[in-house]
Design a binder for this molecule. Structure first.
Ligand SMILES: *Cc1c(COP(=O)(O)O)cnc(C)c1O
Length: 383
């Protein structure tokens, strides 16, 4: 689907992120259309996936809210024009200034991850004469079939409140003067492609709902978090995730109560496929056993391969002659052996100056860039 405007790339300093506006808009259109089929469903875009201001403005215009995990993200969402009443805020370690920012802005809710945090939010809200709306993030002990570093819903993870402690938390919230309990929140992990994982989460939520209902507790909102994955292997075949299937999975399996609202926090699935890291080949190095394509982008620009063993599809944009290929390790310039984008990559013959695209890099790419080796941060262009 993505067609790269190489002529425009020639004037830009590499590496940079290219965000394909057509793919982003098509993704947002699909999301809107699928959500319209389910009244009572709300999307809060997980801003940690990509907080680029131009991208955020598109998402804001589409009418979605934001899921933030820090005060900085709340501020960035407000700066992009998002309505505070559509911002939810999770995180195991919310600082006082971050809680105060959320209270002052009047965000929709705090997704609270411990009783200790609940009490601090109550006292900070009390000092301002405000009431904080809270959901409890419950750790459902549901595994997701994804990389171990990105599962979050197991008992061993640091996130959320244990299921056993759920009623205690809700009762304590009821007693606190400046807290309003409005719902339950879950998030089991990221890059999940098996709908069965969401079926398992739904089943667990159904159990928990029966339990609280038996005690006369009213839950107005259920938030199932995010985690829907994307096709890193073939972004052109699947530029838009299967949102329809995803929402239908919840519609079929999760038993909502009368008037209950269902919230989603998708990040990667919204922005992943629109983005590519565009880098140029500096050298084709002929070593004894291998050929290396050394590019000017590295793990400081796109850390996912080094951090999660992720693989981004590598494409030579300057030479598309697939009848004449060679095998390369594609590596960056950074002084770390893990600064590798791909090993044994079959690519059309590579030359100094060729544009290389690392595909599906719209999520957890630009936002994770750092200045290691005193490098410049990559710029990003939505076009
Ligand atoms: C990271 C995160 C998300 C988004 O995850 P994706 O896999 O990008 O959809 C949603 N909710 C919470 C609480 C998160 O931490």
């Amino acid at each position: 689907m993505t067609k790269f405007p190489i002529d425009k790339f020639k004037d830009l300093e590499t590496p940079f992120y290219y965000y394909d506006k057509k793919v982003l808009d098509a993704t947002l259109d699909t999301l809107q259309a699928e959500l319209r089929k389910h009244p009572g469903y709300h999307l809060h875009y997980a801003i940690k996936a990509n907080a680029n201001i131009d991208v955020l403005k598109e998402i804001q215009r589409a009418g979605f809210g934001v899921d933030a995990v820090s005060g900085g993200e709340i501020q960035q969402a407000l700066d992009a024009g998002f309505d505070a009443s559509k911002i939810v805020y999770a995180g195991v370690g919310k600082g006082d200034w971050e809680i105060n920012l959320g209270l002052d802005a009047g965000i929709f809710c705090f997704n609270v991850e411990s009783l200790e945090e609940l009490r601090i939010i109550n006292s900070l809200a009390n000092a301002k004469g405000k009431t904080a709306r809270v959901c409890f993030r419950i750790n459902p002990n549901v595994g997701a079939h994804t990389h171990a570093n990105i599962t979050t819903g197991l008992a061993e993870n640091k996130f959320g409140i244990a299921m056993e402690d759920m009623e205690t938390a809700i009762r304590e919230a009821d007693e606190l003067s400046n807290i309003e309990f409005i719902g339950l929140h879950f998030h089991i992990g990221s890059q999940i492609l098996e709908m069965d994982d969401f079926v398992a989460l739904s089943a667990r939520i159904n159990e928990l709902q029966d339990r609280v209902e038996a005690q006369g507790i009213v839950v107005k909102n259920i938030n199932v978090g995010g985690g829907l994955g994307i096709d890193y292997k073939d972004p052109d075949a699947n530029p838009i995730p299967e949102f329809g299937k995803y929402f239908d999975t919840y519609a079929k399996n999760l038993k909502l109560r009368e008037g209950q609202q269902l919230h989603f926090e998708l990040g990667r699935a919204v922005v992943g496929q629109m983005g590519s890291l565009i880098t140029r080949i500096l050298y084709v190095k002929h070593a004894h056993v291998k050929k290396f394509a050394i590019v000017d982008g590295g793990m400081s620009d796109l850390i996912r391969p080094a951090l999660y063993d992720a693989h981004h599809k590598i494409q030579n944009l300057s030479n598309t002659d697939t009848d004449n290929v060679e095998v390369y390790d594609v590596v960056g310039p950074i002084c770390e052996s893990s600064d590798v984008f791909g090993k044994f990559e079959r690519l059309p013959l590579c030359h100094r100056g060729d544009f290389i695209a690392l595909r599906s890099a719209g999520a957890y790419g630009e936002i994770m860039a750092c200045q290691y080796n005193c490098r410049r941060l990559p710029k990003a262009y939505l076009m």
